[in-house]
Design a protein around this ligand. Sequence first.
Ligand code: LIP
Length: 271
Amino acid sequence: MTDPRELERLAIDAATRAGDHLRDHRPRRVEVVATKSSDVDIVTAMDRAAEEMIVEYLLAARPGDGVFGEEGHSRTSQSGITWVIDPIDGTVNYLYALDDYGVSIAAVEGDPDPLTWTPLAACVHNPPRRLSYHAAAGHGAFADDRPLRGPTSTGLSGALVATGFGYRAERRTRQAEIVTALLGEVRDIRRLGAASLDLCLVGDGRLDAYYERGLSPWDHAAGALIAREAGALVTGPDGGPADAEMTVAAGVPLHGELLARLAELDAFSGY
Ligand code: LIP
């Protein structure tokens, strides 16, 4: 049985090395090399370079592991452990030289499917702040060496709620309707642009809640474990694992209140 703290250390080292490269070698003009679901769903040369660095480092240390990366690295695991990688979560922020982006790396046991995998270890590294959020299953969550403060216990009307919007205009239009309905019912809304950081900030009590529909597994794999190890609830619409349908993260009682309100707003399907 692999010690999750060994995997956590590897994730921190791999994320920090890639993060140093992203920060210190960021070109003045970041090159967009491809688009995915829409013209604004971009891939940069630095996304690809960072993923290559991360995969090379992790497989040099653990050659039998699997890989499931946003930018195309995919490898079946022989060891039972797979690395779920988003080399730049918050790519648009990176493109615009905004500081809210993260190198997100999680080690999971089982298939790379958020509905069935067992998260073991995670790191979300924020290069501009030289800060690593990290966790090993059963061993708590940290920001560098500081234990995370844990989620807040506020109710919906006093909540600072983060969310995000998809890359397709049709989805964003529906998401705007939902956030408009919530805006008059909560303290305020934030849209940072990186799900992995949003989830870590809920675990650190610096956001009261986060919700988003349409996340990919690599967007939430690491941040969800870190938030959970800090004491937050992170689920999908039915209280099960977070998935593309919906990710909701908060402490109690807010998690239940927000989930119920999103259900009333029909936020879980149709867009
Ligand atoms: C981003 C997510 C964010 C979402 C953005 C985008 P990416 O991931 O972290 O929460 O709102 O639309 O999907 O594409 O930067 O890896």
